[in-house]
Design a protein around this ligand. Structure first.
Ligand code: UGC
Length: 190
C-alpha cells in the first residue's frame, strides 16, 4: 500500500504512466468483468441460431435493483491522457459500441479503495463487441476519432445520482472518482 504514494509522486515527476491499447478478449478482461460478443461461450439451452437470425445469452446483468436502465452514450474525447477514473458502487455497467470503436481504460481497486496503478489496462472495443464492468471497476473511455455512440446498461438511480452531481455538484452516493496519471497509446510498453 505504501508503494502507491511513491508511484503517484513519481508520475508527477516523470509524467503519466504509459499503457498500450490491447485487443478485447474474455480472458484479458476477466479481472474487470465480462467481455461481450464472444459467442463461443453460449450454452445450448440459451441460444438459437437460424438462417434469419441468431440470439444467445451473453450475461445475466446485475444492477442490484429492478430499475435497470439503457442509456445511449456518445463519447468524443480522443485525449490520450487520463487524469480521472470513475467507478460505480451499486451496479455492474455494460458498454456496447454501436457506431465505432472505443478505447476503454479500466483498473481494479487497491486495498485502500483507490485505483491500483498496477492493474490499469486499456482495451480497444469494436462494434459487435462489448463489456460488462463489475461493480466498482474503475474506468474511463476514449475514442480513436469522431463521435462514437454506445449503448449502456446501468442502474437508474446511479444515473440520477451522477447527473445530479455533474449538474449541481451534489455529493455522489453511488459513484466515485479518483485522480490518476495515465497516457494511452499504440504499442508503447506498459
Ligand atoms: N452514465 C454513466 O454512468 N457514464 C459513465 O459511467 C461513463 O463511463 O461514461
Amino acid at each position: 500500500m505504501g508503494e502507491r504514494p511513491i508511484l503517484r509522486a513519481m508520475s508527477n515527476l516523470i509524467g503519466p504512466r504509459m499503457i498500450s491499447i490491447e485487443p478485447l478478449t474474455p480472458d484479458a478482461f476477466a479481472p474487470y468483468g465480462t467481455a461481450l460478443g464472444f459467442a463461443a461461450r453460449h450454452t445450448p439451452d440459451t441460444a438459437f441460431f437460424s438462417p434469419a437470425s441468431d440470439f444467445w445469452h451473453e450475461h445475466g446483468f446485475a444492477s442490484g435493483e429492478t430499475k435497470t436502465e439503457i442509456l445511449w452514450v456518445v463519447y468524443r474525447s480522443s485525449d490520450p491522457t487520463i487524469a480521472r477514473l470513475e467507478a460505480h458502487l451499486a451496479t455492474e455497467q455494460a458498454l456496447i459500441p454501436l457506431t465505432g470503436s472505443i478505447v476503454h481504460i479500466v483498473a481494479r481497486s487497491a486495498p485502500d479503495g483507490a485505483p491500483d496503478p498496477q492493474t490499469v489496462r486499456a482495451f480497444a472495443i469494436a462494434p459487435g463487441q462489448g463489456i460488462v464492468m463489475a461493480k466498482d471497476c474503475w474506468h474511463a473511455t476514449r475514442v480513436f476519432a469522431g463521435d462514437v455512440t454506445c449503448a449502456m446498461l446501468t442502474r437508474a438511480s446511479t444515473t440520477k445520482d451522477l447527473v445530479a452531481h455533474l449538474q449541481t455538484g451534489a455529493p455522489l452516493t453511488e459513484s466515485r472518482y479518483a485522480d490518476i496519471a495515465i497516457s494511452i497509446g499504440n504499442g508503447e510498453k506498459r
